[in-house]
Design a protein around this ligand. Sequence first.
Ligand code: UDP
Length: 322
Amino acid sequence: MRVLITGGAGFLGSHLSDALIARGHEVYVLDTGSIAKVRHLLGEPAFHYIHDSIFNLELLDGLTSKVDLVYHLAAVVGVEHYVADPYETLNVNVNGTQNVLKAAYKYNRRVIFGSTSEVYGRNPKVPWRENDDRVLGATTVDRWCYATSKAVGEHFCFAYHRMGLPVTVLRFFNVYGPRLDHVDVGRVFTIFMGQLLRGADLTIVGDGRQTRCFTYVSDAVEAMVQAGLRPEVNGEVINVGTEEETSILEFAQLMLKLFGPSKSRIRFVNQEEVYGPGYEDIPRRVPDTTKMRTLLGVVPRVSLEEGLRRTIEWFRKEYRQS
Ligand code: UDP
C-alpha cells in the first residue's frame, strides 16, 4: 500500500511509519514539525518526508491522489499547547481536519482519524464505551477546546462517512513510549522524566488519586495498523488503550522505582503551579476496549512496568547523548 501520514513525524506517526515501512508499505509523511523522530528512516527508499502543512491544499491534494490510505494524525496535542494557544488548536484540529477529509473525499481514499480519550471529558461513569456521553466544562476553560476540536473532527468524519467516504476514528488513551515529546514538557511521563534526570522532585498535581490508563506505543501502533488493514471498520469509532487503571501517585512511584537511585522525591502541588489558570483535571479515564479487541483483534501486550522500563531507558540514552 501507499500510505499518507499527516503528522507522521510526531510521536505516534513516527512509530506508525516504522511499522508500515517494516511491513513493506510505502510511506509519505506530511509534517510541519522537526524531523528528529523520523531521521532514522530517511535512507529508506519507501519513506518520503514532506516538510509542509495540511494547509497547503495543492500539496495535500497531490499527495492524497497518489496514496491508498490516509492516517490523519496532524494535530495540536498536549495540555500545555492547547492551554497556551487555543486558536491554533481549534484551527489545526478543525479546519486542518476538514482539509484532509475534503481531499480524501475527492479521491475516495480511506481515512483513519487519530482522535483522543479527551472527547469523553470528565464523564464520571468509567469505563467509557465509544457511544458514551461527553461531559465537558465551560467554553471559558481552555482545556476543553482540545476535546471540542477533536470531537468536531470526529463529527466531520461521520458526516463524510454518510456521504460515502470510508473513514474510521481511533480514540487514543494516554499513549507513551520512546520519542514522546521533550523532557519537561508535554505529558506527565516527560515531565516526571525531566525531573528524574535533574534530580528534582516529581510534581504530582492534586492528591495523585486521579487515574489514567497508560498505553504503550507499540500496542497503539498495532491498533492503527489493523484499522488500516480492515475496511470492515469503516464508520466505526474505536477506543485504543489498556484497561489497566493507574493513579498518578502509583505512576510516580513506579517511575521512581524503575529509574533507580536518585535525589527525586514526590511533591504534591497545586494544579495552577503546573498549568496556570484555565485548567481542569480529569479524575478518572478508563476505556472499554471491547471494540478494539473484537473488531481490530488487538490485545494490549506491554504492561506498564515493562513499557516504562523501556521508555525510561530510551530517554536516559537520548539525554546522555545530547
Ligand atoms: N500531572 C501531574 N504532574 C505533572 C503533570 C501532570 O500530576 O507534573 C497529572 C495531570 O494532572 C493529569 C495526569 O498527570 O491528571 C496526566 O496528565 P497528562 O498531561 O499527561 O495528560 P492528560 O491525561 O491529562 O491529558
